[in-house]
Design a protein around this ligand. Sequence first.
Ligand SMILES: [Zn+2]
Length: 503
Amino acid sequence: MIPTPDLVREKNVEVISTVSPASNVNDLHKQLDTFSVQIIFPTNMEKNVNAITCRNMLLNLLPRFLKTVAYDGPVVGEKTFPPSHFMKIKNGQISDPSITIIFGNVEHDSIKNVLYVGSVGWSIYVSNKKACEWKPFPINGLSALYAAGIIAGEIFKYMLPDEFTDKITHFEYDLVTHGNASQPVCEPSIPDVINFDNVAILGCGAIGQAFCAAVRMTSKLTGSLMLIDNDVIDESNEQRYVFSFMENRNMPKVQHLASILSISNPTLVINGSIARYEDVMSQSHIKFNEIITLVDNIKTRINAQAALPKILWNAWTDTSKSILRYGAGRHMLAGPYQCVACSYYSNDSISNQIELDSLMTGFTNEEIKVKTSGNYLTTKNDIDHINNHNKIIRQELYQHVGKPFSSLLHGLCGVYSRSMGESHATTPAPHTSLLAGIFLASQFVLRQLPLSDSSKLMDSVADFNALGIPNSACITKSQRRKSCFCNDVIYQQVYNKIWRNHI
Ligand SMILES: [Zn+2]
């Protein structure tokens, strides 16, 4: 009998062989099969909520890429994971683990490759030298989960050649000042409630699940949240989706995430749409204050930006030759910093306004020039042409017959059909999606809190090298690209008109 291929294992081999400068697939299989991790969680940590959160995420993530994960500590609650996942965690100690992760203070003279881990407030602690001695409060799920992602990243680095990565020896870092203040950073206090003010999440995959795991772990959620994704969970997702297990296969991603978020958050109004974003936006008149784009295609990210939300959040991972990165963005059409389109195009390949209008309407650049100059008024045929081009009948566009053609563009048609050559993106490493989602969640939460002058918020883009070590230079302020459509005066006027009283 031919054995069924292990899709999750193959996904991990794909990631490592893509990133690694020299890799033999057979060697990688062997490496993933023989590498072992021991987690030691002493009983005196049993009431440390930060440590429990971090431990549970490590026990969630590590078996998604390693065959041998052993846990020595108090029993983990039976509701933490479904049976298919518990089966993957060995109880007790194993001999000669490749890496040992220690919570609290445990003697280790005889143990090789130790990583001590801890988190308090907004700070995380990882060291191969000595145990974390921070007090267990304040509780903060964001830093606890980020610490788990950083540890998983350190383990991942062991799969790659030594000279190719920058490993942690001693690391104290926080999500508010990004290492610029003395550690640990405990202010601001975590809020009791996090509000979703008419927010949409596009993409309920790996980053979407990580984002939701992080905000849900932090505070109670309230407000209005729309989840949009047309896909179902499949086996290969189990390589990195923190809420996806064998028991969840074939469930719509939207439905699965909505059911998790609704637990303990009775005042959060969740709407779900099992559809493509473009179809949702084309068939309704919804206007979201904030859109969080966590999809794996650029087209939808740019379409979301063109719909002119007050704020567009973005998070991504990048896996390619010698590159393993993750990052996030916060974009507004007002102000000096990049929109999403700016960040996805190099200077010379960026679309200008007419090219975008052409993609949106199906008219050629020349036709657009003629129709937007002089006194040209929109005809029914124009609307028919646009609807045929987008393969969606949008009745509301017919209201523009007899009005200037330019009024049809720039935001009103904000959702446009765009076909770009999109290649299959390499699967992300399990921890990069997690780190991207948690980082984005930390910024989303921090924006709702009073902050001190030493805080460093993301104003445009944050870009982390997952083969290195996070630092404050990863948070950049990127200026707009001059040729991008976000500089177009009419787009800006429409944006300001919509959000004038809300910015
Ligand atoms: Zn732009």
